[in-house]
Design a binder for this molecule. Structure first.
Ligand SMILES: Cc1cc2nc3c(=O)[nH]c(=O)nc-3n(C[C@H](O)[C@H](O)[C@H](O)COP(=O)(O)O)c2cc1C
Length: 223
C-alpha cells in the first residue's frame, strides 16, 4: 500500500503553499508579456501562471502578483491601465533573455533594452512584440479577476497571433510545427523543461473501446 502525506492548505502559510503548487503543477508554459505604461514606458516580464482557456472567444489567462503588498507588478498595472498586451512564447534560445527581464527593475527601466531585445510593431495594439520570439499573441484585456489582495488573474482576448514562417507547416490548414518551436516550460525554482521529449498517444473512440481494439502503445518521439 502506498503511503501519502496530507498537506492541508488551511494550515499552511502562503510561502509553503507556493512551494507545493509550483513543484507539482508542472511544466507550466511561460507568457513573456510586453506591455506599455500610461506614460508609454515599455515593460517585459515572464509569467508561468499562464494558459489558454477558451477558443471562442480565444482567451488566455495569467496570474500576476505583487512585488510586495503595496506594489503590484508593473505588468498588471500596465494591463489594467492600457488594456493591451502581447504574450510572447519562450524558446530555448530566448531563455536567458527572458530570465533577465524577470529582474525587479524600477518601473522606469525597460527590461527590453536591459536584455538587448529587439521588438517589432503589433498590428492591432500599441505594445510591440519581441522580434525573436517564435510566437506572439496580440491581446486585449477582457477582465481582471481579483485573487485575494495581491494577485490578479488577467483574462485576455487574443486578437491575432504571429508565428515565425519557418514554423508554419501549412497556413491553409493552420498546421504549426509545435516541436520545432522548441518552447520551454517552467518547473520549480530555477528548473525548466524542454518540449522536445514527447510521446504520442491517440484518443480511443467509443467504438474501438467496445470492440476491445485498444492495444495502442504510446509512440515515443525524440529530437
Ligand atoms: C519563468 C518565470 C515565471 C514567472 N511567473 C510568474 C507568475 O506567474 N506570476 C508572477 O506574479 N510572477 C512571476 N514571475 C516573476 C516576474 O517575472 C517578476 O516578478 C517580474 O519582475 C515582474 O515584472 P514587472 O513588475 O515588470 O511586471 C516569474 C518569473 C520567471 C523567471
Amino acid at each position: 500500500m502506498t503511503c501519502e502525506m496530507l498537506f492541508d492548505f488551511a494550515t499552511i502559510p502562503a510561502r509553503e503553499r507556493d512551494k507545493l503548487l509550483l513543484s507539482t503543477v508542472i511544466p507550466r508554459p511561460i507568457a513573456w508579456i510586453v506591455s506599455l505604461g500610461l506614460d508609454g514606458q515599455l515593460n517585459a516580464a515572464p509569467f508561468s501562471f499562464f494558459n489558454a482557456f477558451a477558443v471562442d472567444p480565444p482567451v488566455v489567462g495569467i496570474g500576476i502578483g505583487s512585488h510586495d503588498a503595496a506594489r503590484p507588478k508593473d505588468t498588471r498595472l500596465n494591463i489594467r491601465d492600457t488594456k493591451q498586451f502581447v504574450v510572447n512564447l519562450v524558446s530555448e534560445e530566448m531563455a536567458q533573455a527572458m530570465n533577465i527581464t524577470a529582474i525587479d527593475f524600477e518601473p522606469d527601466v525597460s527590461e527590453i533594452s536591459e536584455a538587448g531585445l529587439k521588438t517589432r510593431p503589433s498590428v492591432y495594439i500599441k505594445p510591440p512584440r519581441i522580434a525573436d520570439s517564435p510566437v506572439a499573441m496580440e491581446c486585449e484585456l477582457m477582465q481582471i479577476v481579483a485573487l485575494g489582495t495581491d494577485t490578479g488573474l488577467v483574462l485576455g482576448r487574443v486578437l491575432a497571433m504571429h508565428v515565425r514562417k519557418d514554423f508554419v507547416i501549412d497556413p491553409a490548414k493552420y498546421y504549426i510545427d509545435s516541436s520545432g518551436l522548441k518552447l520551454i516550460g517552467r518547473m520549480h525554482s530555477g528548473w525548466y523543461a524542454r518540449t522536445s521529449d514527447r510521446f504520442r498517444m491517440n484518443r480511443i473512440s467509443r467504438e474501438e473501446w467496445e470492440a476491445g481494439n485498444t492495444n495502442r502503445a504510446p509512440v515515443l518521439e525524440r529530437p
